[in-house]
Ligand binder design. Structure first.
Ligand SMILES: [Cu+2]
Length: 135
């Protein structure tokens, strides 16, 4: 009987040691092994990151006038409770309706001046100027 109880104490302490080493090691392993994978994923999300942002707030485009270089990306984000769009009056781009906190990216392809409105609230006006230089 004594041997059996020693045996159990030995197993229990061994388990404790394993548990302790696991709990102290696993956070380190997570930060070292899973973070490089996150970093690998980041370039993909960085490609979608915009060069400029237009916030749609209080039924206004902020800033209402924005200039970006050709090839650059502008992100529209609607922070209103109402849906809004960013719709070029000449049809060059159209975000369709953006719900609250929804974003939409537009990459400028051709230099020019593009007035745009919200097609739901046409009194909302903005102008996107696409400059020839890639800045
Ligand atoms: Cu609107």
């Amino acid at each position: 009987m004594k041997y059996i109880s020693y045996f159990f104490i030995a197993i229990a302490s061994a388990l404790l040691v394993i548990l302790l080493s696991l709990s102290s090691c696993s956070p380190n392993h997570k930060t070292t092994t899973s973070q490089p994978m996150v970093i690998k994923d980041q370039p993909q999300t960085n490609q979608q990151t915009a060069d400029a942002t237009v916030k749609i707030h209080n039924f206004k485009f902020e800033p209402a006038n924005l200039a970006i270089g050709v090839g650059k990306t502008v992100q529209f984000i609607n922070v209103d409770e109402e849906p809004h769009t960013a719709t070029a009056t000449d049809g060059t781009f159209n975000s369709k309706a953006l719900d609250t906190n929804q974003t939409w990216n537009y990459t400028a392809t051709k230099p020019g001046t593009y007035p745009y409105i919200c097609s739901i609230h046409p009194f909302m006006k903005g102008t996107l100027t696409v400059t020839p230089q890639k800045n």
